[in-house]
Design a protein around this ligand. Structure first.
Ligand SMILES: [Zn+2]
Length: 83
């Protein structure tokens, strides 16, 4: 399994969950050297999947952006209330 194959395989598991990359590595028995941040980068680049900085849930990057303000990294439930 390559990094890309791994990333493509875990998207379905991660989406709308708060599983960690480490858990996925265990589940898929990843036996190649890979850093968590490399996996996160590929998830974002290939699948637009990002992790909310507040609740740690994985979701589409568009959910983590303000309509008016752009990227904030927090989902609707976590982002600080704005006026
Ligand atoms: Zn959140």
């Amino acid at each position: 399994m390559t990094l890309i194959e791994f990333v493509d395989a875990i998207v379905g598991d991660l989406e709308c969950s708060c599983s960690t990359i480490e858990e996925m590595m265990e589940k898929y028995d990843v036996d190649f050297g890979v850093e968590v941040n490399e996996v996160e980068e590929e998830l974002g680049a290939r699948h637009n999947l990002e992790r909310c900085a507040g609740c740690d849930w994985w979701m589409d990057a568009s959910e983590l952006a303000h309509d008016y303000d752009g990227w904030c990294g927090y989902c609707e439930d976590c982002r600080p209330a704005s006026t």
